[in-house]
Design a protein around this ligand. Structure first.
Ligand SMILES: Cc1cc2nc3c(=O)[nH]c(=O)nc-3n(C[C@H](O)[C@H](O)[C@H](O)COP(=O)(O)O)c2cc1C
Length: 330
């Protein structure tokens, strides 16, 4: 696959980047790569596949993130993902939650480069779409540069198509997943050093990136940038992504137009039984700082959860009329 695919991505985020969120973000940027929430192999093998894998064709390019460590299961689930039409299959080697550690996947796999490489190899045998790894720069006291090089080397040796590196280590004991996204310091320098040691690897950076200008700066040295929280909380930051990052000058929709295009989708989902609140929660950052935004958010949070809530509730904010001169003023 063309390396351009990885230039900018929105990160996998559990509970956040579901299919409704991705549909919405796609209305803001045509080219930014979107990742699913992490789906475990257990959920796909034993659970409701349709619920975890269904997506709208408009979401392309879209990557499925898997959590697991058994090569056979990972290959089976990668195959399912490719069959459903995902453009890439990614392995989560970055999540530090206890639940994930008990399942022996996520960040604890940084200590087992061979296990991850066996998964990558089995998945590559099973699918023709790219197989990628999202990982940390280290875990606990296993955070030497040499260990990171060994981990990445093991993945490249079996043909891993790209590595997305969250530029901070994870503390597996004592910090919550949320704290693990802020407390260990970001080390962009390590990612850039890795670039020099793996010049042919398709390498993307993640962690703390808040603007497209910052992203574009990294693209001088790296192949891709992945943005998590900022893209969710302030989705309009992606509005210029097609132009600035992908060199596509198509006209950019306004915030209102984006929302108006989301509404027919929301209608269809409502008709299929999806509650409005399951979609509207992803929209709340759209009008950040704009006139009427507060009242619009209030309208949504007070009404979207009510039974029978319809799409009129998410209709764009009505900007406040320009303040009239007081009739009493002389
Ligand atoms: C609510 C939330 C859920 C997350 N879930 C996942 C996940 O399912 N898989 C994963 O690899 N990372 C997950 N992450 C981590 C992000 O993908 C990303 O690595 C992290 O937020 C750092 O990037 P940022 O500083 O741009 O947010 C999650 C982050 C958040 C905020």
């Amino acid at each position: 696959m063309d390396r351009k695919h990885w230039r900018l991505a929105v990160a996998p985020m559990l509970d956040w980047t579901d299919r409704h969120c991705r549909y919405f973000l796609r209305l803001i940027s045509r080219h930014t790569l979107l990742y699913t929430e992490m789906v475990t192999t257990g959920a796909l093998i034993h659970g409701n596949r349709d619920r975890f894998l269904r997506f709208d064709p408009a979401e392309h390019p879209v990557a499925l993130q898997l959590g697991g460590s058994d090569p056979k299961d990972m290959a089976r689930c990668a195959h399912m993902g490719a069959d459903w039409g995902y453009d890439e299959i990614n392995i989560n080697v970055g999540c530090p939650s206890d639940r994930v550690q008990n399942g022996r996947f996520g960040a604890c796999l940084m200590a087992e480069p061979g296990v991850v490489a066996d998964c990558v190899a089995a998945m590559k045998d099973a699918v023709s779409v790219p197989v990628t790894v999202k990982c940390r720069i280290g875990i606990d006291d296993r955070d030497s540069y040499g260990e990171l090089v060994d981990f990445i080397g093991a993945q490249t040796a079996v043909g891993c198509d790209a590595v997305i590196l969250h530029a901070r280590k994870a503390w597996l004991k004592g910090l919550s997943p949320k704290e693990n996204r802020d407390i260990p310091p970001l080390r962009y320098d390590i990612v850039l050093r890795l670039r020099r040691d793996f010049p042919d690897l398709c390498l993307a950076i993640n962690g703390g990136i808040k603007t497209l200008e910052q992203a574009a700066g990294f693209l001088d040295d790296l192949d891709g940038v992945m943005i998590g929280r900022e893209a969710y909380q302030n989705p309009w930051m992606l509005a210029q992504a097609d132009r600035v990052i992908f060199g596509d000058d198509h006209p950019i929709a306004t915030r209102q137009e984006v929302l108006e295009r989301f509404m027919p989708y929301a209608e269809r989902q409502l008709a299929a039984g999806v509650p409005l609140s399951a979609m509207s929660r992803h929209l709340l950052g759209l009008f950040q700082g704009q006139p009427g935004a507060k009242a619009w958010r209030r309208r949504i949070s007070e009404n979207a959860h009510r039974p029978g809530a319809g799409v009129d509730i998410i209709a764009p904010p009505v900007p406040l009329a320009p303040r009239q001169a007081s009739p009493l003023a002389s």
